[in-house]
Design a protein around this ligand. Sequence first.
Ligand SMILES: NC(=O)c1ccc[n+]([C@@H]2O[C@H](COP(=O)([O-])OP(=O)(O)OC[C@H]3O[C@@H](n4cnc5c(N)ncnc54)[C@H](O)[C@@H]3O)[C@@H](O)[C@H]2O)c1
Ligand SMILES: [Zn+2]
Length: 463
Amino acid sequence: MRNTIFLIGAPASGKTTLGRRMAERLGVSFVDLDDAIASASGCTIPEIFASRGEGAFRDLESETLAEVVKRGDAGVVALGGGALLRDANRALCESSGTVLCLETPSEDELVRRIGSAAGSRPLGNRAKERAAHYASFPNRIETSFEAGPSLVVVGKGFALPMLAGRRAVVDGTVAEVYRDRLDEPLAVVPSGEANKTIATVGSLWKAFAAAGLGRRDTVVAVGGGVTGDITGFAAATWMRGIDWINVPTTLLSMVDASTGGKTGCDLPEGKNLAGAFHAPKLVLVDVDFLKTLSPALLADGRAEMIKHEIVGGLKGDSANVPTAAEVAANLMVKVGIVREDPYEKLGRRILLNCGHTVAHAVEKATNYSVSHGAAVAIGCIEEAGLAVRRGLAGGEWPKELAARFAAAGLPTVLPSGLSFEALVPLMRGDKKRAGGTVVFALPCGWGDVRAVPVDLSEEAWQR
Ligand SMILES: NC(=O)c1ccc[n+]([C@@H]2O[C@H](COP(=O)([O-])OP(=O)(O)OC[C@H]3O[C@@H](n4cnc5c(N)ncnc54)[C@H](O)[C@@H]3O)[C@@H](O)[C@H]2O)c1
Ligand SMILES: [Zn+2]
């Protein structure tokens, strides 16, 4: 068995639910320790507490844990909230696998969950007393949720231990930077957008063939949006579609590219032209990867975070490396919209294109010397100007947005020598076009993005 994952956390923090789902997506077996104790003793946990007391329960718990570890066939084990209070139990789990601690939900949420299971959880009020115990586990899961067919888990320090023994396609830089903590990759994707090609997809097919990957196998992508898009596409097309797990390692890929199901590669004729909808079954978003990102790459990701703040009306301010909670809240904006319009057919998903019609034109006009994030910042501000001219936003709105992007270290004006007029022919070629006019997702305020057809010739003429 690979490295066993042990889930610890306050009662009602969701260990059993998450453990079961995670095991299913990882293709490993699941054990709920409380269930194992109950079936071994023939009594429910509250019955054991009532008739024999806590000490006897803890002894039974330690014995059952030792048996589960000795058997060695459990991939994911959900522990009881107090199972690692005994040092020997903790040492046993830490030496035979990885312990991940679920964050304690807010008090209101705990009351709601425990209230609904009244009587079955004798230690429900102990979350507070044990706060220091739970805080002592370094590998943490902030939250988890379903995004279409994907289970998304967000936290810190938990992803790398979960990859032990798995077949991974890894970004070149990530493979280098994390070489001491990763197993030998199945394949390495050379870093950079220039490698997001069908030739790289072909090299992955070859690697899959060499490894004998069958229909029931799963591959893992570890890297930024390039690695995720390419690996997802190779998985979508290998034997007509095998499962994959995505481990995004850039901020941009965490909050944007990792969910939504789009996979693909670039062609000489244009970006992302070949591809498929093929969502990963599991997405592990681990903010510890952000520690090794350059400030420029962090700023790039922040541009998409600010776009989500606009779309979702979120209050964001972080100038520091975002926390798992911030990343989770931000990602939820995209997930909510994709849920309503998974295949981009209902006109909801276009809202995520906010700032992007101008951004794509800026990237093309500068031969991609302006990064995507920088182009998104400029694009949102330019498009906010379009909203103002159409009476859809107040005159101060573009300045307010510019201040937010500038605080995140992003540019706010078109590069010198590049005019809006020069972008018009490029915007007309944008994919999201309907008839003669171009439909923009115009940012009109926090939480207010509207799909608006814009006649670009008239716009350029008026300027
Ligand atoms: N599928 C989607 O829905 C979707 C959405 C948005 C963007 N994308 C795609 O994502 C790509 C952009 O993603 P990206 O910005 O992550 O680019 P990327 O994958 O090229 O990564 C950027 C750089 O960061 C390096 N890197 C990655 N993780 C690192 C880490 N933890 N520490 C240090 N360096 C690290 C990489 O080696 C690379 O040089 C584009 O191809 C875009 O089309 C896809
Ligand atoms: Zn983008």
